[in-house]
Design a protein around this ligand. Structure first.
Ligand code: AMP
Ligand code: MG
Length: 403
């Protein structure tokens, strides 16, 4: 049985090897959120393209300014104005934020530190050369690479692409992730389950987590707990970039996922991890595709997806694996968990001021989706810890979809 860290390392190592050049396509910056860039983006000119004032105030020659000095205001420059005339010695020019500083000026004095007396401007403070001016080319030079392949596109990256005129971006295609649930008790979500059947909620949580991770879900439905049906559907799943199964990986007589994968030539890198929920999680490679067998209990499925499948989707997208989104928080109520496994308990994190506090929610174990639907994080209890006092610092794995 591997530890959480060992198991994640195995996934990253194996899927990292599969990371060849991926198919890519052009996507508008309006639609590229969360995609991974497959090209370099260069600047089309210098940034800023002119010496830019960062304040509303007066453009001056700094050495002419001392407290009490009054200079004639020779005009006004608004953002967007074409500026060709240099500042004449002994004068100043009113200037707005975002406007070009004229030649001959080397500082902008904030309007708050001046007094206007008709044509004259009286200065209350001395000036430093360069004050309140961002020099031309200081953010980026013309032709400089500002975005690289493998970068994930968020709001700042997309704004930068827009700034330099790169409105269509070559992006890696989302990896297609096949999703197959298993179990004789499982029915479609729009079917009326019999008294001892359950709806296939795991395919919905997995598809949602695939989307959040940047993949494209390919839902294959459910396989009965029979070797032939399972084998057929698994083979179909192996046509996609990765396959995620749920259920059928425990020790039960009808838990057939591992043996069917083995018969198809899978090599396994783990089939148990020292975590709860999620201990029976399986990871292997079958016909050159990563395959995950997640335990069927819904909360186990969700936790193991976040821990093991998310980094695989990152890598298959051409990006590096995200670190797990842990934060430290203060425990609201004492906890007692059996040692030996790293526990992930449904929790609720709240910020009182800037300080995060977390409490574990009451739950009935790893089948309890209702408890998880009110949780915004998983509270991690390390394997070696048993009692954790109220007020102690604990690690919390955020649910990125709701925090
Ligand atoms: P298994 O891992 O196959 O032993 O299943 C463990 C538990 O998870 C059982 O109570 C199953 O009924 C439940 N389960 C399995 N598959 C699903 C699914 N697709 N959706 C919701 N619950 C499931
Ligand atoms: Mg089952």
């Amino acid at each position: 049985m591997l530890t959480l860290e060992e198991a994640r390392r195995k996934v990253i190592e194996q899927v990292g090897k599969m990371r060849g050049p991926r198919a890519s396509e052009k996507v508008s910056v309006w639609d590229a959120l969360g995609l991974v860039l497959a090209q370099e983006v260069e600047t089309d000119r210098e940034y800023p393209p002119f010496n830019r004032s960062t304040r509303d105030g007066y453009a001056v020659l700094s050495r002419e300014i001392r407290p009490g000095v009054a200079l004639k205001c020779a005009g006004e420059i608004k953002a967007g104005d074409t500026v060709t005339q240099a500042l004449t010695p002994g004068a100043c020019v009113q200037i707005m934020t975002g406007a070009a500083v004229p030649a001959g000026a080397d500082a902008v004095i904030m309007i708050e530190y001046t007094q206007r007396e008709g044509d004259l401007v009286r200065f209350e403070r001395a000036a430093q050369p360069g004050q309140n001016i961002v020099p031309r080319g200081s953010e980026a030079r013309a032709g400089q690479t500002v975005l690289k392949p493998g970068m994930r596109l968020g709001f700042a990256e997309l704004a930068l692409a827009a700034q330099v005129g790169a409105t269509q971006l070559q992006c890696a295609k989302r990896p297609r992730v096949a999703i197959l649930s298993t179990g004789d008790e499982v029915v479609l979500i729009d079917e009326q389950p019999g008294a001892f059947q359950i709806r296939n909620s795991n395919s919905v949580s997995i598809a949602t987590q695939v989307r959040i991770a940047g993949g494209e879900p390919v839902v294959l439905g459910n396989a009965a707990d029979r070797v032939e049906d399972l084998g057929e559907k698994i083979e179909k799943g192996l046509n996609e970039d990765a396959l995620v199964l749920t259920g059928g990986v425990s020790m039960g007589k009808y838990d057939l996922v591992e043996s069917v994968l083995k018969a198809l030539g899978a090599e396994f890198f783990f089939d148990a991890v020292a975590i709860r929920p999620g201990k029976p999680a399986v990871f292997g490679v079958c016909k050159d595709k990563p395959v995950f067998g997640l335990p069927g209990n819904p909360v186990s499925t969700m936790v193991t997806f976040q821990l093991f499948v998310t980094p695989a989707i990152d890598l298959l997208s051409g990006a590096d694996a995200h670190p797990l989104p842990f934060v430290e928080a203060r425990l609201s109520e004492a906890l007692n968990e059996r040692p030996g496994l790293t526990h992930f308990l449904p929790g609720r994190i709240e910020w009182r001021g800037a300080e995060p506090h977390v409490s574990a929610l009451k739950w009935q174990g790893s089948g309890d989706i209702a408890a998880l639907a009110g949780a915004n994080c998983f509270l991690m209890v390390p394997a070696e810890r048993e009692n954790i006092a109220s007020g102690a610092q604990v690690s919390v794995l955020l649910r990125k979809d709701v925090v």
